[in-house]
Design a protein around this ligand. Structure first.
Ligand code: ZN
Ligand code: ZN
Length: 491
């Protein structure tokens, strides 16, 4: 298809392979990542959201910043135990005090005890200080993460938006993951098989059974499910985690509904974001919601969507029979042996019309014809309902029924960026970055099992994980900028 704006899809072997291993220069040692956290300005901003020592609950010797630092270091060292172990070394505690002096001033640093908190003290602070402030901390995280993304050149305002070829840094990716529950036990009391004695097990009350990855077959996992959204440019550590959320429901739609909600909130914070790359959990109804919000929804159609008849148009004497096939309009053409085939029609333009309340999307088709080609505009991506602005027939003036009244799920059948196109082949692999986030998350867990019991405490761990990841992204960005300035100075 020479005229097609999305390009002809490549057969399997030629496809560009975007997956790659972490290169050596992307590896970051634990010591470096600890430093990244200590130098992350957001931690010090968040500390202001916490009550000062000695005003709530049992008296604390340490200001909130110390516990925030510990929350961010826990995923780096993989456990609370190793974090307290790390800070117990006089040298590391000195560098914590030095960082607090740099960011909060001499007086804050001078007020710090000479040794770091114990694990018990951190556990207390987790329950009585951090967990109660979780919502405020999360809110601050989101706000800061969006600003960080913008300042690192993601979702830029001054870059043209080519809807048929968005850049990686103009797109959000997201997915949910289920880290294993802290213990395998599901019952609180279990009879020891040898002795018959009843033993008590700690059970994570938040854990449940999820069925993962329904694209091919379902995998049963027990744990808690967490959604992450992020954005990035070409370098691995340019990634900024932008939001996270607990997925309480076990159904596939529960994840998708939470993801849609998160992406719509992110679109408000990042108005120049162009779209979302997601896995098969998104169905037509989710793509519809994102398209209305002015976002491209780049994912794969669910299973095998059989072609459906769209309409017959007669701009000329021969007329054209249009079908939906592989996410786009195809023409039914009679071939020599009398049978019919579906021939995809070239799309010359993907049009985005942003309205005050919602967006509309169109494919401008070029229908080849011996009477002269026809240009034809077809709405895509959104299944209209009677609540949408009603259209009237140009000839008769009669009201045209909405998609839902006609039983046509347009968002399911007509994709903004059709699956069978080169653009889709290039963009969809960006989704793999959400797997990198999940693998980083897995690696931050001791024994690859979730660390804390209950959603509330797990949320603080997840926040700490997101903070530590973004702290490194921030440092790497700063370093790259300093290096670029040095190169300029030499030149
Ligand atoms: Zn998923
Ligand atoms: Zn014609």
């Amino acid at each position: 298809m020479p005229d097609d704006v999305f390009g002809t899809p490549k057969p399997h072997p030629e496809r560009p392979n975007r997956k790659r291993q972490l290169t050596d220069q992307d590896q970051r040692s634990i010591a470096e990542r600890v430093r990244d956290c200590l130098d992350y300005p957001l931690l010090y901003e968040m500390a202001e959201l916490l009550p000062p020592p000695n005003v709530v609950g049992c008296p604390r010797e340490y200001p909130g910043i110390v516990y925030l630092i510990m929350a961010a270091l826990t995923p780096v060292t993989k456990s609370k135990r190793s974090t307290t172990g790390l800070l117990a070394s006089p040298q590391d505690w000195r560098s914590v005090r030095a960082s607090i002096r740099r960011h909060l001033g001499r007086r804050a640093a001078a007020a710090l005890p000479l040794t770091a908190p114990s694990r018990g003290q951190y556990q207390d602070a987790l329950n009585n200080l951090l967990v109660p402030a979780a919502d405020a901390l999360e809110e601050a995280f989101r706000r800061y993460a969006a600003q960080q993304a913008l300042s690192q050149g993601l979702f830029p305002s001054d870059t043209p938006k080519v809807w048929s070829r968005p850049e990686r840094r103009q797109l959000l990716v997201g997915d949910a993951t289920v880290p294993k529950a802290p213990s395998k036990a599901r019952a609180v009391e279990i009879a020891d098989e040898d002795t018959g004695l009843i033993r008590n097990h700690r059970v994570d009350p938040a854990a449940r059974i999820y069925y993962e990855n329904g694209e091919k077959e379902k995998r049963r996992v027990r744990g808690t499910k967490w959604f992450f959204a992020s954005g990035r440019d070409t370098g691995y550590w340019t990634r900024v985690i932008l939001s996270f959320a607990h997925v309480a429901g076990g159904e596939y739609e529960d994840e998708a509904a939470i993801a849609v909600r998160q992406f719509r909130v992110l679109k408000d914070a990042l108005p120049h974001c162009m779209g979302v790359v997601y896995d098969g959990a998104f169905r037509g109804v989710h793509r519809d919601a994102l398209a209305r919000a002015g976002l491209l929804a780049i994912n794969k159609q669910h299973g095998s969507v059989a072609p459906v008849f769209y309409e017959r148009i007669s701009p000329c004497r021969s007329g054209h029979e249009l079908w939906c096939d592989q996410g786009r309009i195809a023409e039914s053409i009679r071939i020599d042996d009398g049978t019919r085939i579906l021939e995809p029609l070239p799309i010359t333009k993907l049009e985005h019309r942003a309205g005050a309340a919602k967006s509309r999307w169109y494919h401008v088709l070029k229908i080849p014809c011996r009477h002269g080609d026809h240009d034809y505009r077809v709405p895509v991506g959104i299944t209209t309902t009677p609540a949408d602005r009603t259209l009237r027939c140009v000839d008769t003036g009669k009201r045209i029924k909405s998609d839902s009244e006609r039983g046509f799920h347009r968002a399911e059948y007509l994709q903004q960026i059709p699956e069978a196109s080169l653009t889709h082949q290039l963009l969809y692999p960006y989704r793999a970055d959400s797997e990198s986030v999940h693998s980083q998350f897995d690696q931050s867990l001791w024994n690859r099992r979730m660390i804390a019991y209950g959603v509330d405490r797990q949320k603080i761990f997840v926040l700490g994980f997101a903070l530590s990841q973004n702290a490194t992204s921030h440092q790497i960005h700063l370093q790259a900028r300093i290096n670029a300035q040095q190169v300029l100075r030499i030149a």
